[in-house]
Design a protein around this ligand. Structure first.
Ligand code: LUZ
Ligand code: MOS
Length: 783
């Protein structure tokens, strides 16, 4: 089935918040940002802004009727700054005017007076100074110290990855409209309508029941609207409430890029111990998460880093520590992968050093240590229906890994100027929100008397195709054509207490709720049909819009439309509400163990790259993947998700360079921040893993959204591989993104110590003495 949004998207006709019809009396709002990363707020002088024709109001924290607090996990984030400012770009005031242009111009005239305070910008510095947002967490399994003592080689190092701008096509946007009876309606470009509703109620001191948050579709989100759409919805709601008029707030691209949070930069120390045959026996890692100025979702993201630190590998003895470090940068937030990619990058770095120390290629260490059935993750969950080895072997066979490696080695012997490199990237990603409570969803189905059907769920369509998938599930369950079904907007008035559409689980959770609701309706209708046709309900089925008895069309025939009409006449309920909660998941924070994930998604990618040694430029030539999509709900959509996720991951690892200088984002425009374009997209081959049933999700499917992003990590290691073909003496380094600039500077790095130049002697550089990794935050010299 083709994606139901495709025709509108390809014609540019799909309406986003800014395209909705303007209500009468519409006003426009623009935020006034803090001019410094850290400071004491001395006062706000709005007189110059208020003097402009068309400016209606300038609102600050004192105008908030309820609580000035939008923190979801930890209450540490004001809607509008008061007392202090904690990051450059933090909203301090809101200008409301007759036009967007006027509001924007006036916002730049508001004088924010601050006394600057010294900012903290580095997560290691924050940790050393005790600037942590939550208590640090450690996952431990086995006896790590004993395992290190038994290891033949030990490698250790440091790995850093930078943040990433979401660059959703539709910037943050909201439209708030006061309605009759004291209701307030808000269109928001959010992944989390209930979160917005809850926070708006709190900020305005209202009951949630008087607030409706509604979403038609988002022009992309990628996690950037899981938590961070709320502030803009709340600001629009605040202005609408104060002024009694509709208010729209749409961030310009530049404001969006400089004011909103992004993927977290991480800095990490790692140590890995292996036996001489390449078996990983011990792994220790300390992750410093740069959380920015407020908690936002950082503690939850830290949880996913902890659970994914060993990726698809068996590590019997592990100690994984993560610090959530408060700095004076815009609060970093959810981004496709949610802390897992950063942790997996570190694991691949460790494997790279391990391969060096043992004088083998990375793939040998990787393949040897892949998870098998019954293995345990460091958080205690057992591996079920493991496909790590299966996807690796299928990829290696299908794409001819051995031959490729030989061909590349041969190429590199002859071509010293354009070396090629390869990396394999296995992925294992846990499906379920790590916060067990969030793993629930509801659906509300109405069948109208003409036989048409409307479905409301908690799922938010953001281009990922969740509505098409839900439509497919409903059509299959009811036995009617998709054309008779309509997916309604996502509204808190129709489906309440929704979890964000996130964690790759939108189709899993809402699809399952939809299936239950449709089954309820189908059962009621089958009983009506059985009564009408003098048959037993068990004999009756509905297929292709027709009632069948024992699989045959009865005479006279009974179609869906007439059956619905009969049901109505007989006063049978034609609506159903269903709730789904993921079974058998649990987690105990006291022991840091449990079964947090319903299941895991596996896959393997082979990434090939070519360098221009003189220029430092490169191409990612080809990525071949075997991906486990279960029994795909929609192969075209799933292929699109795999390709899109991969390209986004490659962007993060190679060209997207988020640069902060003294707390100021220096990459806050599309002229200074480069994302992948059509020309940089590699040749991609996606093969879905065969025989991949999944009893844990709706119709045997598997979640698709996030896992493929992590294939992109392979791009970093493929480039490193090519660099080392050109410079075999080059010490590997792990500082993502690997921009052309980094490649060029990397190739010019001094040689490593002579002892390590000879591969056979490499072991001499490693030590069997476990050198202590810092358990507590330590101060490090500025780099
Ligand atoms: N959001 C969230 C997520 O709140 N919890 C999660 O575990 C998660 N995982 C991935 C992406 N978003
Ligand atoms: Mo999330 S990173 O919004 O699934």
């Amino acid at each position: 089935m083709r994606g139901i949004d495709v025709p509108a998207h390809t014609r540019g006709a799909a309406p986003f918040v800014d395209d909705l019809p303007a209500p009468a009396g519409l006003l426009h709002a623009a935020p006034v940002p803090s001019p410094v990363p850290h400071g004491r707020l001395l006062g706000i002088d709005a007189s110059r802004a208020l003097a402009i024709d068309g400016v209606v109001a300038v609102l600050d924290a004192s105008h908030i009727p309820g609580e000035n607090q939008i923190g979801a996990i930890i209450q540490d984030e004001p809607l509008l700054a008061s007392g202090e400012v904690h990051y450059l770009g933090q909203p301090v005031a809101l200008v409301v005017a007759g036009s967007r242009w006027t509001a924007h111009q006036a916002a730049s005239l508001v004088d924010v007076r601050v006394e600057e305070l010294p900012p903290i910008l580095d997560p290691r510095e924050a940790a050393a100074r005790g600037s942590l947002i939550t208590a640090s967490r450690t996952f431990a399994i086995g006896d790590t110290e004993a395992a290190f003592a038994s290891a033949d080689v030990i490698v250790e190092g440091r790995a850093d990855s930078a943040g990433q701008e979401h660059l959703y096509m539709e910037t943050q946007a909201a439209l708030a409209t006061p309605q009759a009876g004291g209701r307030l309606h808000i269109y928001s470009s959010t992944q989390a309508p209930t979160a917005a509703q809850r926070i708006i109620a709190k900020v305005l001191d209202r009951q949630m029941s008087s607030i409706e948050v509604e979403v038609h579709r988002l022009g992309g989100a990628f996690g950037g609207k899981e938590d961070q759409a709320t502030a803009w919805a709340a600001l629009a709601a605040l202005a609408a409430e104060r002024l009694g008029r509709p208010v729209k707030l749409v961030l310009g691209r530049h404001d969006d890029m400089r004011m909103t949070g992004k993927r977290h930069p991480y800095s990490s120390d790692f140590r890995m111990g292996l036996l001489a045959d390449g078996t990983i026996v011990a792994y220790e890692v300390v992750l410093y998460q740069n959380a920015g100025a407020a908690a936002d979702l950082s503690p939850a993201i830290l949880g996913r880093s902890l659970t994914h630190a060993t990726n698809a590998y068996l590590v019997p003895n592990a100690r994984i520590t993560a610090h959530c470090c408060r700095t004076n940068l815009p609060p970093f937030t959810a981004f496709r992968g949610f802390g897992a990619p950063q942790a997996m990058f570190v694991m691949e770095a460790a494997i790279t050093l391990a391969a060096d120390a043992l004088g083998v290629r990375r793939e040998q260490i990787q393949r040897r240590n892949l998870l098998s059935e019954g293995d345990r993750f460091p958080y205690g969950q057992q591996v079920e229906r493991a496909a790590a080895r299966r996807s690796w072997d299928e990829a290696a066979t299908r794409f001819g890994l051995e031959a490729l490696l030989a061909e590349i080695a041969e190429h590199n012997r002859h071509d010293r100027l354009r070396p090629r490199g390869l990396a394999v990237m296995p992925v294992c990603f846990g499906i379920s929100f790590t916060n067990t409570t969030l793993n629930q969803a509801s659906a509300l189905i109405h069948v109208y008397t003409d036989g048409s059907v409307a479905i409301s769920t908690a799922a938010v369509e953001m281009g990922q195709g969740v509505n098409t998938k839900i439509l497919g599930i409903a059509a299959a369950t009811l036995g009617i054509a998709p054309e008779r079904l309509r997916i309604e907007s996502t509204s808190t008035a129709r489906v309440a207490n929704t979890s964000p559409t996130a964690a790759s689980s939108g189709a899993d959770l809402n699809g399952a709720a939809t299936e239950i609701a449709c089954t309820t309706i189908a059962e009621r209708l089958r009983r009506v049909a059985a009564d009408e046709l003098k048959a037993e309900p068990e004999q009756v089925s509905i297929s292709g819009g027709e009632v069948l008895v024992g699989g045959e069309r009865p005479t006279p025939a009974l179609d869906w439309d007439r059956l619905v009409g009969l049901a109505y006449t007989r006063r049978v309920d034609l609506s159903a509400h269903a709730h789904f909660a993921t079974p058998s998941i649990h987690f105990d924070r006291a022991t840091e163990s449990g079964r947090p994930f319903s299941y895991h998604v596996f896959g393997t990618a082979i990434v090939e790259a070519t360098l221009d040694r003189l220029r430092g430029t490169y191409t990612i030539d080809r990525v071949s993947m075997v991906h486990d999509a279960g029994r795909s709900l929609n192969r075209v959509i799933d292929q699109g998700q795999v390709e899109g996720g991969l390209v986004q991951g490659i962007g993060w690892m190679t060209m997207e360079e988020l640069v902060y200088q003294d707390g100021r984002n220096r990459s806050d425009m599309l002229s200074t921040y480069k994302v992948p374009d059509l020309l940089s997209v590699p040749e991609m081959e996606v093969v879905f893993l065969s025989d991949a049933d999944n009893p844990a999700a709706v119709l045997q499917s598997k979640a698709i959204g996030e896992p493929p992003l992590m294939y992109g990590i392979g791009a970093y290691f493929a480039l490193l591989d090519a660099m080392r073909a050109a410079r075999p003496d080059l010490e590997p380094f792990f500082e993502a993104p690997m921009t052309p600039e980094r490649v060029l500077l990397g190739l010019a790095r001094p040689s490593r110590q002579p002892a390590a130049r000879d591969r056979a002697g490499a072991q001499a550089e490693t030590t069997t003495e476990p050198s202590p990794l810092p358990r507590e935050p330590v101060t490090t010299a500025a780099e």
